[in-house]
Design a protein around this ligand. Structure first.
Ligand code: FES
Ligand code: FE2
Length: 409
C-alpha cells in the first residue's frame, strides 16, 4: 500500500539524516552540452517525448464541474479537455472535422455543453459528437457519426489528468505511470481547489527541468529567498522515469507552524502525512510538485513545463492548488504572497540562471556538462530522455509494460 511505501522511504530518509549520510549515484556523469542546444534533437524530443508520451495536462480541480472545459496548445497540438456529465474527462483533438479550425480557442477555459466552430458554424457536444452541420441541405450529406472530434487517450488518477497527444497511441497511461500515481494519491489532490495559476517563460525545457531535480543548488542560487543555510542534499526514489527527491533528515516541519518534529522518535502510525510526502515529486517528462503552506491551508505548487518555439525556450504553468479555498481576506492575501514568492524564486533565480546558462552553452565552447554523484536525479532524467527519444513506438510500449510489471512485483 502506498502509506507503507511512503513510510519505508521516510525511514530511509530519517536514518540517513541521523547518520549525516546520503545516497550517491555510482559516478559523476557527463551529458553532451549539445543535448541542450541542438535544434534537430529538440524537434525529435517534441515529437517522441511530448507528442508521444502521456502528459499531465491539468489538475482535476481545474475542471471540477460537469461541462467545464479547457483548451490548450501543446507542441503544436490543439487539445480540448472537457468534464463530461458522467464525471469522466474527455481529451479531444481541438480541430473541427469540417476544415480543421480549432473549435475552442487555445488558452481558454469555461463551462459549456456544446461548442460551435467559429468558421462555418458546425456544432459539437462536449463528448465530441458532431450534432450540427450548418446549412446541412446546402452542404450535402455527411456521416455525422464519423465526424466527431477525435479522442486522445486520457487517464485521471490522484486528482491529476493525463492525456497522450497521439491518436493512435497503444501505450497504456497506467503502465506509463509505473504505480507512481498510487503514491501521488497521498497528497489528496482529489477534491482540492485551484487557487491561482500563471505561466512563465523559461529556458530550454531540460535546462529548466534540471532545476527541479537537484537540491545541490538551493543554498547557493536561492540564498536570498530560501536562505544560505538550506539543505543541499537529496535522496532519490524512482518509479520508471518518475522520481521523488527529498532531503535526508530526521526532522520535518509541523504543518502550519515553525515547530520541528523529530520523526525518529515517532511510531509509523504517528508519522504525519505531510512528513511522508516531503520534498519534490516529479512526473516525467515535465511536472514538478512540492508542498507549501500559506493562507491557513495546505497547498502545493504543481509546475507544468512545455518546450517553447525554439530550443532555448520553454514555458511553465504554475498551478497553486489548496486543500480548501482560503476564506478570510487575510488568508487570501497570505496565499497570494506564498504563490508570488514562488514566482520570484523560479522566474528571477532558476529561470534567469537557466537563460544565462543556455546562452553560454549556445557558444558551443563546452563539450559536456556534469552531474555529480549527489545529482542522481539529473543523471537518471537525461538517461530516460535519451532512451525514449530514440526508441521506436513498440519499444516504448515494451519498456513501460516491463516497468509496470516490476512495480507490481
Ligand atoms: S472549419 Fe469548422 S465549421 Fe468550417
Ligand atoms: Fe531552484
Amino acid at each position: 500500500m502506498s502509506r507503507e511505501e511512503l513510510i519505508t522511504m521516510t525511514r530511509s530518509l530519517i536514518d540517513h539524516g541521523a547518520a549525516d549520510t546520503m545516497e550517491y549515484a555510482d559516478e559523476v556523469v557527463q551529458v553532451p552540452a549539445s543535448t541542450y542546444t541542438d535544434p534537430d534533437l529538440f524537434e525529435l524530443e517534441k515529437r517522441n517525448i511530448f507528442r508521444r508520451l502521456p502528459l499531465m495536462v491539468a489538475p482535476s480541480c481545474e475542471l471540477p464541474e460537469p461541462d467545464d472545459y479547457k483548451a490548450m496548445d501543446i507542441c503544436g497540438v490543439p487539445l480540448l479537455l472537457t468534464r463530461q456529465r458522467d464525471g469522466s474527462v474527455g481529451a479531444f483533438l481541438n480541430m473541427c472535422s469540417h476544415r480543421g479550425n480549432p473549435v475552442v480557442e487555445a488558452g481558454t477555459t469555461g463551462n459549456a455543453t456544446r461548442f460551435m466552430c467559429g468558421y462555418h458554424g458546425w456544432t459539437f457536444k462536449n463528448d465530441g459528437d458532431l450534432v450540427g452541420v450548418a446549412s446541412q441541405k446546402d452542404f450535402g450529406a455527411v456521416d455525422k457519426a464519423a465526424l466527431c472530434l477525435k479522442r486522445f487517450p486520457v487517464y485521471e488518477s490522484a486528482g491529476l489528468i493525463w492525456a497522450t497527444l497521439d491518436l493512435n497511441s497503444k501505450l497504456s497511461i497506467a503502465d506509463y505511470l509505473c504505480g507512481y500515481d498510487d503514491l501521488l494519491e497521498a497528497f489528496g489532490f482529489d477534491g482540492w481547489t485551484l487557487f491561482s495559476q500563471r505561466t512563465l517563460p523559461g529556458p530550454n525545457w531540460k535546462t529548466a527541468y534540471d532545476g527541479y531535480l537537484d537540491f545541490y543548488h538551493l543554498p547557493v542560487l536561492h540564498k536570498d529567498t530560501f536562505g544560505a543555510d538550506f539543505f543541499n542534499r537529496a535522496n532519490y526514489f524512482f518509479w520508471g522515469p518518475h522520481q521523488r527527491l527529498s532531503s535526508p533528515s530526521k526532522f520535518a516541519q509541523k504543518t502550519g507552524s515553525d515547530e520541528m518534529l523529530d520523526l525518529s522518535v515517532m511510531s509509523d502510525d504517528e508519522l504525519p502525512q505531510d512528513a511522508l510526502t516531503q520534498g519534490v515529486w516529479t512526473i516525467f517528462p515535465h511536472i514538478s510538485i512540492a508542498s507549501f503552506y500559506g493562507g491557513g491551508q495546505r497547498g502545493a505548487m504543481i509546475s507544468q513545463l512545455f518546450p517553447g518555439e525554439t530550443v532555448g525556450e520553454s514555458y511553465t504553468t504554475q498551478y497553486y492548488v489548496m486543500e480548501n479555498r482560503p476564506e478570510t481576506d487575510e488568508d487570501v492575501k497570505s496565499a497570494h504572497e506564498q504563490f508570488d514568492f514562488l514566482e520570484v524564486v523560479v522566474r528571477d533565480e532558476d529561470y534567469a540562471t537557466g537563460k544565462r546558462q543556455h546562452e553560454a552553452l549556445q557558444s558551443g565552447m563546452m563539450d559536456h556538462v556534469l552531474f555529480g554523484k549527489n545529482e542522481r536525479g539529473g543523471q537518471v532524467f537525461h538517461q530516460w530522455v535519451d532512451r525514449l527519444t530514440h526508441a521506436s513506438d513498440p519499444k516504448v510500449e515494451e519498456i513501460f509494460a516491463g516497468e509496470q510489471k516490476e512495480a507490481a512485483e
